[in-house]
Design a protein around this ligand. Sequence first.
Ligand code: SF4
Ligand code: SF4
Length: 435
Amino acid sequence: MKVMAQMSMVMNLDKCIGCHTCSVTCKQAWTNRTGTEYVWFNNVETRPGLGYPRTYQDQSTWQGGWVRTKRGKLKLRAGGRFRKLATIFSNPKMPSIHDYYEPWTYEYDMLLSAPQGEHTPVARPKSLLTGDDMNIEWSANWDDDLGGSTETMQDDPILQHMSEHVAEELEQTFMFYLPRICEHCLNPACVASCPSGAMYKRAEDGIVLVDQDQCRGWRMCVTGCPYKKVYFNHKTGKAEKCTMCYPRIEVGLPTVCSETCVGRLRYLGLVLYDADKVSEAAAVENEHDLLESQRSVFLDPNDPAVVEAARAEGIPDDWIEAAQASPIWSLIQKYRVALPLHPEYRTMPMVWYIPPLSPVVDVVGTSGNDAEDPRTLFAAISKLRIPLEYLAGLFTAGDTVPVERTLRRLAAMRSYMRDINLGKEPDESIAEAVG
Ligand code: SF4
Ligand code: SF4
């Protein structure tokens, strides 16, 4: 066992209201510079939706890339004139500026100086890149509130893989928000694909960074990252990415996105993991085993054998105590309510998510509150507004069983805590009903 420490995050999606405060405060702190206008180290995606950059989840392109075989496995396929590069650098997809969005601004002076006209004025946005008036046809969160109900929305690759199209009737639409930062992966494709050795993963806390002096602007990290979380600065000609606010972390402060999150949904902390297990866990053949194999690398920070092994690796005592105090291990491994985003990308992402426990569409408990009686919810779990299949496409490589199990636990916990908060005796038998 080789114990290492990793900064990680768990986000509780039930609490995200899509206010974008995290994105804006991150941008103010890190990317409010020329060359990074289009860059959002933290973005909040509309789900269903095409994401940011657009269609990043579609891992296959005409140039080749990851394709799903008939037996459901992901396989690398090279193609087109980039055949060789595609083979070497896994996902060859290089988003264009239009896949992110062309940044724009308005002529704010016009608010005061525009002459009175016959019609209500409509501000035309101006491209920040060219200065021209723009006709905007797509942008991040363009799909807000459509809930999969239009043809454009059906381009969401997860919706496409679902056996039923959910949004034929407006009553069947659903939406939620998915905040995303770099995953600071245990097996980072960006680091593996950098020909200059500029991308690196810090040994002490696992934060993945770009050495700006070493970067030669090859952009293999942009194509190599399946989450598309490395960005090219067009002014400096170098790659940039989320730093997990390491200058703040080093002095004991949380990341900007965690500190400013309005929903208080981001749990940030250290976890201990077994570095000897990482390659094996990432390479598990059956995709439905990926969740458990990725969970299996995390170590119980309260286990004396783990503490001893961590000390032997030189991990300081106060770091071990920080891992013991952090809720990350418990949410992922003990309570098993957190799931990784796209484990099938096999980079071992270190930002995990508690899936949203959406309301049941046509079954309401006696009081009208969700999960008032969790057994009602258990019986109707296939009628949740957000289909299990959609969540499984995001978090468990398509396997609905662990998603259902997670939602049952969340429903039981909600009911249990409601009883306690109301001063009632909680129903201990709920735990058995979770299954
Ligand atoms: Fe690298 Fe992408 Fe993983 Fe971040 S999410 S560590 S950029 S591979
Ligand atoms: Fe969601 Fe928090 Fe970001 Fe608001 S600040 S969009 S609640 S993650």
